[in-house]
Design a protein around this ligand. Structure first.
Ligand code: RNT
Ligand code: ZN
Length: 410
């Protein structure tokens, strides 16, 4: 089928395929640097990620240096149509210096900013509160020891300064997302004290006003090793974000598996100005599998479009699979997020809403089911062609060639 006849089929439903593609091209997806190297980072020390998160697998080709990671990212961006950002973690500094986490400065990240300018992309940032000796107890900002809390507060304070400078250098506000692993393996007896400490640390960390960065806070249900209690729970951060005007980050792997994260968007949007997403695919736990074009992602995209939340939601990704080509993982996952958004933009939204308002649930069901047969693939292929990116089986060759090229990395 040609693009023109596909476009005509959408027009029969009152949908403008050109407008959908034009909108999709403006939605940046913030690709996470950590899929490229299994969440290891470029600090001099070695160690596991810790904090209850883990990349499993040993596929060849892991990026070992900032230059390798940037080369991989450039390749991946070349296979992804539309608009891009990069989400960096503080452990991905690019410098010969060896600062501890409480000593990081903008200069340690300046090469990333120069590169982002060349690429014409925006940057987002994250303080790294794991994979460090002072986080070995899985307690950081809520640690009972004031000295440890101060260390992490300083790390977070500096991260905000770095994010702010990145935002001003690039002319695009940098989201600085705070996730801490803090929690208890077994049942704590003073939960409120831990939460009061986390709150006080956050308040100190966030005290300075910055104009080119946005603060986000990320909740979690549980992690490996912190089964009994997560200090930064959903309720904790929902309240914190509302009271302090920060973004709330929803990671799709951070809720009970039967909860629908897409259903939360419209409720949360009534109370917080902006939302950050970590689009992910949990399998039985927060396993961070590469996102598929499945119902969870499609509903997420549909909520963003139908509830008109695209302008106040930052779409970030959070998955890491070390058993497959890491560049392919980025490309497949990011394209799936875009495909889901395109599908949502191609639905007859007004007619669906009219049927629901009229309590005509029969027509609503006919429409949701019949529109599943529309030729979404042709519009996606046209979008890829207009952005000079491969689609369909040619993508296999592109991704395979690059993987062969990086497979001999040690
Ligand atoms: C951990 C959180 C967090 C991390 C990244 C690396 O469960 O999802 O967002 O995955 O910061
Ligand atoms: Zn996350």
């Amino acid at each position: 089928m040609s693009y023109e006849s596909a476009k005509a089929q959408f027009a029969d439903w009152g949908v403008d395929a050109e407008a959908a593609m034009a909108r999709l091209a403006t939605i940046p997806i913030s690709m996470h640097c950590w899929q490229g190297d299994d969440v290891v980072g470029f600090e001099t020390k070695t160690g596991s990620s810790g904090g209850g998160i883990q990349a499993t697998g040993n596929h060849p080709g892991r990026a070992r240096t900032p230059d390798e990671l940037r080369a991989d990212l450039e390749f991946a961006y070349g296979q992804i149509p539309g608009s891009h950002r990069l989400n960096l973690h503080a452990m991905y500094l690019d410098t010969d210096a060896t600062p501890d986490r409480d000593e990081i400065e903008y200069d340690h990240f300046a090469p990333w900013v120069d590169w982002a300018k060349d690429q014409g992309i925006g940057l987002d940032f994250n303080p790294t509160f794991f994979a460090h000796a002072k986080a070995d107890d899985n307690l950081t900002l809520s640690h009972p020891d004031q000295g440890i809390r101060d260390f992490w507060v300083e790390h977070g304070r500096r991260s905000r300064e770095i994010a702010d400078r990145m935002g001003s250098e690039l002319g695009s506000a940098c989201v600085n997302n705070i996730w801490v692993p803090d929690g208890y393996k077994d049942i704590p007896v003073d939960r409120i004290a831990a939460r009061e400490r986390l709150e006080a640390s956050l308040n100190t960390m966030l005290a300075a006003a910055h104009s080119d960065m946005l603060d986000a806070v990320e909740s979690k249900l549980f992690g490996i090793g912190v089964e009994a209690c997560t200090v930064g729970s959903h309720e904790f951060y929902m309240g914190y974000a509302i009271r302090n005007g920060t973004l709330l980050c929803l990671d799709m792997g951070h809720f009970h598996p039967t909860e629908s994260v897409s259903d939360k968007l419209s409720s949360i949007a009534l109370s917080v100005p902006e939302i950050l997403l970590h689009v992910s695919r949990p399998m039985r736990w927060d396993s961070d599998h590469v996102i598929l074009l499945n119902d969870d992602i499609l509903s997420m995209a549909q909520e963003l479009v139908f509830a008109d939340l695209l302008d106040r939601t930052r779409i970030g990704l959070d998955f890491f699979d070390a058993t497959i080509s890491r560049t392919a993982a980025w490309v497949i996952g990011t394209r799936n997020m875009q495909k889901a958004l395109l599908r949502a933009l191609l639905l007859p939204q007004a007619r669906l809403k009219d049927a629901e308002t009229a309590l005509d649930h029969t027509t609503r069901l006919i429409m949701t089911e019949e529109t599943k047969d529309l030729p979404f693939a042709e519009i996606w292929q046209e979008f890829c062609a207009r952005h000079d990116t491969a689609a369909g089986s040619t993508l296999i060759d592109e991704l395979g060639r690059y993987q062969t090229h990086v497979a001999n990395r040690g």
